[in-house]
Design a protein around this ligand. Structure first.
Ligand SMILES: Cc1ncc(COP(=O)(O)O)c(C=O)c1O
Length: 454
């Protein structure tokens, strides 16, 4: 008998050659983004001040697959394909009949899934003659990834890092600087958007986005780059799910449930979309679970309507679940999950009941991350700990039900720069802030007047 496999590894020539675009398979017409100036459907001209045309075309494309440019595949070769693991040790610890698999994106140079989109975004901006990119970063994972991608393609990079993360993770800032980026604590005094928010010193992703967009619109040679939410970002992340389909075939299993942490939705979309396409085509009955923090419960407590992508209202309005564009979430350690809105694509799938959503408290997530570290070895990013909690809960439910469930989750990143968060958990000082009804009512009162989303 052959020995049991723990890592399912693909050779480099199986790095995907095309991304999967779910827009082609969605029922009905997608709702357009709206221009913040006119509240009318936004056209390419509303986006061209900050994005190159190639990315705008990807954003609105309805082609089922979009070829990956060869220079992007060449950069992907630095760490892709990423491994898929069978969590045998965790399964034993849980005494579950479930088979648990995880796709590990922490092997990228920046330590998460984010370079999957940073690389093609830097590449297309370079092709368009842009010399500098601005961006925001919550956890520091996205800023690190864009700094790395800009270094590869010879672009300048300026990052606005959410204040609470800037204080919690000084070495993320050092990483970005090592790759040549300039990093500011947000809210900063460099922009009007930052100066207007000086009363919120812990910052938010919405504020940091406003700062980065404000700088980008001022200069022809500078564009803005977003690490989540938009269709083209989810598109780039589908390399995760495409590889996972091949690796699950190697393992001889078909997932019953796919789980991922959801901030702006690109991590969840990245693993889920290639599998979702099979479900929408009637080829599978897989369940999908997006997990978010109870402190920022966009999909589970937010309202589904048009809202701005940033705090100052500079970006187009998108149809999505939102807690209100000026909501400043409490400074939980999963900084990458502190976004007031969510991807329109993921929001629509949740609205249609095709994707389930669950909100979890950070202490419960860290308890799961510790159990995972002590069985599988990897110290997960606080964001990824939400997926681990979700997977463990599914495995325990399978044990209760006496079912052989197959669980696949995306371990989106390592937490090697997040030890302050682990320290807080280990010393018992980690808080569990929750979103209140009063927060929700205040946010709703400040939402812009927009057309209904049906
Ligand atoms: C490690 C990690 N996992 C998950 C997420 C959430 O990703 P997304 O915004 O794509 O949902 C982030 C965001 O920064 C992250 O850093």
């Amino acid at each position: 008998m052959s020995e049991p496999t723990t890592k399912f590894l693909l050779p480099e020539d199986q790095i995907p050659t095309a991304w999967v675009n779910l827009m082609a398979d969605l029922p009905g017409e997608p709702l357009p983004p709206l221009s913040p100036a006119t509240m009318q459907p936004a056209g390419p001209e509303d986006l061209s001040a900050i994005f190159p045309m190639a990315l705008i075309q990807q954003e609105v494309s309805t082609e089922p697959e979009i070829p990956i440019p060869e220079p992007v595949r060449e950069a992907y070769r630095l760490w892709r394909p990423t491994p898929l693991y069978r969590a045998r040790s965790l399964e034993r610890a849980l005494d579950t009949p479930a088979r648990i698999y995880y796709k590990y994106e922490g092997t990228s140079p920046a330590g998460s899934h984010k370079p999957n989109t940073a690389i093609p975004q830097a590449y297309e901006n370079k092709q368009a003659g842009i010399t500098k990119l601005t961006t925001e970063t919550g956890a520091g994972q996205w800023g690190s990834s864009l700094a790395f991608a800009c270094a590869l393609f010879g672009l300048e990079c300026e990052v606005f890092m959410v204040g609470s993360s800037y204080d919690q993770k000084p070495y993320r800032r050092s990483m970005m600087q090592t790759w040549g980026a300039t990093v500011h604590r947000s809210p900063s005094t460099l922009t009007q958007a930052g100066r207007d928010q000086s009363s919120h010193p812990t910052g938010s992703l919405g504020i940091a986005i406003s700062e980065a967009v404000e700088l980008a619109v001022q200069r022809e040679d500078t564009n803005y780059s977003l690490g989540s939410v938009l269709n083209h970002v989810l598109l780039h992340q589908t390399v995760i799910g495409i590889e996972a389909i091949a690796q699950m075939e190697m393992a001889g299993d078909e997932p019953d449930v796919i789980i991922a942490a959801c901030g702006g939705g690109s991590n969840f979309g990245g693993i889920a979309i290639p599998f979702l396409r099979r479900k929408l085509r009637g080829e599978s009955s897989t369940r999908f679970l997006a997990v978010e923090p109870a402190a920022c419960p966009t999909l589970t407590r937010g309202v589904y309507r048009y809202d701005y992508g940033d705090t100052a209202g500079l970006t187009p309005l998108m149809p999505m679940y939102t807690l209100g564009h000026d909501f400043v979430p409490p400074p939980v350690h999963a900084g990458g999950l502190r976004y007031h809105g969510d991807s329109p694509l993921v929001s629509a799938l949740v609205k249609e009941g095709i994707v389930e959503a669950r909100a979890l408290r950070q202490n419960d997530c860290f308890a799961a991350a510790l159990q995972f570290a002590r069985t599988e070895g990897i110290i997960a990013a606080p964001e990824s700990s939400h997926a681990i909690r979700g997977a463990i809960d599914e495995a325990l439910a399978a044990r209760e039900a006496g079912e052989e469930r197959v669980i696949l989750f995306n371990l989106s990143g390592h937490g090697d720069f997040d030890m302050a968060a682990y320290d807080a958990y280990l010393s018992g000082s980690l808080e569990d802030p929750e979103f209140s009804e009063a927060d929700m009512e205040a946010a709703l009162a400040r939402l812009p007047e927009t057309p209904p989303v049906g």
